[in-house]
Write a protein that binds this ligand. Sequence first.
Ligand code: IMP
Length: 211
Amino acid sequence: MGKRLEGRLVIATHNPGKLWEMRALLAPHGIEAVSAAELGLTEPAETGGDFRQNAALKARAAAQSANLPALADDSGLCVDALGGAPGLHSARWAEATPGGPRDFATAIEKVEAALRKTGAAPPFRAHFTSALALAWPDGRTENFEGKVFGTLVFPPRGGLGFGYDPIFLPDGFTRTFGEMLMDEKQAIPADGSPALSHRARAFQAFARACL
Ligand code: IMP
């Protein structure tokens, strides 16, 4: 089991949607969460070969710069008929120019167009993955992962959530993540059963080990 977390923690993300969700997940645990943006930290380039490596490099960079433990998430949408794309490049599919502003309506259109091009027929199976990394200022890093499986729906449904939420219909539900309040998408069941979202599932593993 990892060292217990107390006091301040950096949330190593500049993504407002992730920040909001991670703050809400941490709130009941008495941890003071400060964001990388609030501390003026820059984001390292995501040069890792998978979600876990990218999460670790973001968490390590923030922990070293801030001299505080840091929690980072690297996540994405993986579509079976697209060989796992957009996957690691989920954020990039929303950028007209690399590193530029993100427009997820366009990213969602790109996913639909790519699916059409393959000739695949619905149901379009997909999953979200969240890799969480907790890094300590001395460089030690712990990794946790969560996934949620479902299908993609077009046209997008719902204006809640962020990113690809309006096209993701989790298995066993009739509403997309874009039609769910954060409390439902991110709920951590009190009886220890698995949470719904990929990030909440990864968070459950992190909380068991560190909180
Ligand atoms: P990155 O982890 O910063 O590379 O960005 C991951 C991208 O995946 C985000 O910008 C979103 O587009 C997408 N993504 C990750 N988690 C979610 C989620 O919970 N809902 C919708 N989109 C997500």
